[in-house]
Design a protein around this ligand. Structure first.
Ligand code: PFF
Length: 448
């Protein structure tokens, strides 16, 4: 069974796929407005600190576990812990992947509509549409956002169906460099606008007085979401990495790529926002409401709009395939059904849940659980509860329960490589990561 298992064909392929999972809406849609709301450079510094001090160790341990087991996330715990409660970790992961992908598909569908709008001149120089009305008309429409969500999920399914090497690796190897070039072009363009310096200053100058404890916690939550940690995604992808690749070097490269793209997104967005006198802390609407306004008033605005929304769609796609793969790999390896069937089943299930999320802005607006909409529930439960719980469990499992010699063997390729930081790594996994993540968890539950 192990010999016939698909794997990444090259180190670059593995990095492209993993960085593809990490780089997504979290980097381009969420990171800039979080930084904007929480003291600019101060948020950036704290974010980088958490990424290195906690993100890296947890990522490394997920890599080691996945490659060691050579199985999907559910199967890994099912084999290693058949008789303990750890077995249920796999269920948590499947639930989390389904929930994240459902609401992720909603926002990704919006980005597709905006690609379409950019192509069809819906907002270009001289048009006088009210962007707020345009956005709210669209997301409350009962058909259009559902249509785009289905298109997005079909694209996701299409890539995953083709397999790890011929699907995921092939397309991420193509999309990631393209995405990098696009965001670089957008960043350079933004920096050459009149008044761009204000935006750069706003983004990089640390304003510690504006960074609240809430902001610090958001930075840690954002680091986890952005690195795709605690969801079984990294574990599943790592099971496709060849035994002679250096996991430490791969994780460092993935972390650098993820952080670099988040910073470049800030560089592409803030100068433009300042050059056109828009409030930089305008929240989640920054991308769908504010930027179209910027494109509307820029020379060649339509071109920049097309490039930007294409970029956002591609970033979302390389993340969504990683989430779908977690579910598909479970069906293929644990339920022994063909990849084709598994992909169709998983895509259909997630799309159905996703449509409920999408409709919760329109026809299902009245449906509330507590005071959250369906979209709100999916986002809240997966990002604020399942993801931190997953992070804590993975850290505790690898720090306390997993055989340390096996962890070391996996990270050093059986002693061939040098590992300089095993002790601090274990320390972080045992104490620091669970404690810090527990604090964010309690905080987001309103208990702290
Ligand atoms: N890391 C992705 C982003 O920043 O948009 C989102 C994501 C993908 C989160 C995969 C979790 C995950 F398992």
């Amino acid at each position: 069974m192990h010999n016939t298992r698909d794997s990444f064909g090259s180190k670059f392929g593995a990095i492209a796929a993993l960085a593809g999972s990490a780089v997504g809406l979290g980097n381009i849609w969420k990171f800039p407005y979080e930084a904007g709301n929480n003291g600019g450079g101060a948020f950036l510094l704290v974010y980088i600190f958490f990424t290195v001090a906690i993100g890296l160790p947890v990522m490394l341990s997920e890599f080691a576990l996945g490659r060691y087991s050579g199985r999907n996330a559910f199967g890994t715990f099912d084999r290693l812990e058949p008789k303990t409660v750890w077995r249920y970790f796999g269920v948590l992961v499947l639930l989390a992947a389904t929930m994240i992908l459902s609401f992720y598909g909603t926002v990704a569908g919006w980005t597709l509509e905006y690609v379409f709008k950019s192509f069809t001149f819906s907002f270009h120089v001289g048009t006088d549409v009210d962007l707020n009305t345009m956005f709210s008309d669209f997301i409350t429409n009962p058909y259009k956002p559902v249509f785009w969500q289905i298109v997005f999920m079909a694209l996701t399914g299409f890539i995953v169906l083709a397999g790890v090497k011929k699907g995921i690796e092939r397309y991420t190897k193509l999309m990631m460099p393209l995405l990098f070039v696009l965001i670089l072009i957008l960043g350079i363009r933004a920096c050459t606008l009149d008044g761009a310096m204000e935006g750069i200053k706003f983004f990089f100058l640390p304003k510690f007085s504006e960074l609240t404890s809430q902001g610090v916690l958001s930075a840690l939550g954002q680091a986890f979401f952005s690195l795709s940690i605690g969801m079984g995604v990294l574990l599943t992808y790592a099971s496709y990495i060849k035994k002679d690749e250096n996991l430490t070097s791969i994780s460092l490269q993935v972390i650098c790529a993820d952080t670099l793209i988040a910073v470049l997104a800030g560089i592409a967005i803030f100068p433009a926002v300042f050059a056109f006198n828009i409030a930089p802390d305008s929240g989640p609407g920054l991308v769908f409401l504010t930027l179209p306004q910027v494109f509307q008033s820029m020379a060649f605005g339509q071109l920049w709009a097309i490039l930007f929304f294409l970029l956002l769609t591609m970033a979302a796609l390389t993340s969504s395939i990683s989430l779908l793969e977690v579910i598909v790999a479970f069906f293929v390896e644990e339920k022994h059904i063909s990849r084709r069937k598994a992909t169709v089943i998983s895509t259909v299930i997630v799309t159905i849940f996703g449509i409920l999320c999408t409709l919760s802005f329109g026809p299902l607006k009245e449906v509330h659980i507590g005071n959250l909409s369906v979209f709100g529930i999916f986002d809240y439960v997966s990002s604020n509860i399942l993801l931190p719980v997953g992070g804590i469990l993975i850290s505790i499992y690898m720090g306390w329960r997993f055989d340390r010699r096996l962890l070391e063997a996996e990270l050093t390729n059986n002693g061939e490589l040098k590992l300089w930081l095993l002790k601090p790594l274990i320390f972080v996994l045992k104490y620091v990561a669970p404690l810090f993540i527990l604090v964010i968890l309690l905080h987001s539950l309103g208990l702290f």
